[in-house]
Write a protein that binds this ligand. Structure first.
Ligand code: C5P
Length: 233
């Protein structure tokens, strides 16, 4: 599977997302649709973006009882998305249920990726609020990645800094989908630990998820192509 750049389409509504996507006339980017856009516009937005020829990572981070997640994944799979995700904290039965739900009648299914610990969760929150006290945060991340691998998932969302370790622990074929990417000469914004597209490639990321360095650029197509050149070529 080739490396690719996934553009995080964090827009509030369809007018904004369509004006953005209209800019891309030749290479159609793989796009990430998150909760904001999905809940604002509903499943139609997925169908419309798919119809325009984009691959889609539907980032809804499911976390519920196995039966509910299985049935919901079946609905999402029918939207013909290419990748979707859930919280590894939902545990193995939920992850296996999700995989079953995603499988289409022809045997195909979208890639399924797990969120380990959200990057907004720090060690204090993990220990004091989630009561995970016996392991440091990076070890919890690796444990969740292993659980996801053992449940049959395709990979995890992680920081590019963790990609190498995840591959060492879960195998080279286990996908690392990594946000937190910035150009060397760009704004870091609210991201804390960032890597450039070249560094993410060297670290072994399989997909980089890039939002504002592309969406807020004065020339989004040039910024996207710069990412592709640095990360994929
Ligand atoms: O604009 P930016 O490049 O920071 O966007 C990164 C995207 O990746 C956003 O959609 C953000 O919600 C998502 N993300 C992240 N860090 C995580 C998980 C997801 O930045 N740990």
């Amino acid at each position: 599977m080739g490396k690719d750049v996934i553009v995080a389409c964090d827009f509030a509504g369809k007018n904004e997302v369509f004006s953005f996507l209209d800019l891309f006339r030749e290479r159609k980017p793989f796009v990430k649709i998150g909760m904001e856009l999905f809940y604002a516009e509903g499943p139609e937005i997925v169908k419309e973006i798919k119809k325009r020829g984009h691959r889609i990572f539907l980032d809804l981070k499911l976390h519920d009882i196995p039966n509910t997640v299985k049935k919901t994944m079946a609905v999402l799979s029918r939207l013909d998305v290419d990748m979707t995700n859930l919280h590894a904290a939902g545990a193995s039965a939920m992850m296996q249920g999700a995989l079953e739900g995603l499988r289409r009648p022809d045997g195909s299914r979208p890639l399924l990726i797990a969120v380990t610990q959200l990057t907004s969760t720090d060690e204090r929150t993990m220990k004091e609020e989630l009561l995970i006290e016996n392991l440091p945060l990076p070890e919890v991340v690796m444990c969740y990645a292993e659980n996801a691998k053992n449940a049959g998932l395709d990979g995890v969302v992680c920081s590019p800094q963790e990609a190498e370790k995840v591959h060492a622990r879960c195998g080279a074929g286990f996908l690392t989908v990594t946000p937190g990417v910035r150009f060397a000469d760009g704004d870091v914004g609210d991201q804390k630990r960032v890597m450039t597209p070249e560094q993410a490639r060297v670290a072994g990321s399989d997909y980089i998820v890039v939002g504002r360095p592309i969406t807020a650029s004065p020339d989004p197509v040039a910024a996207y192509l710069r990412c592709v050149k640095k990360f994929c070529d």
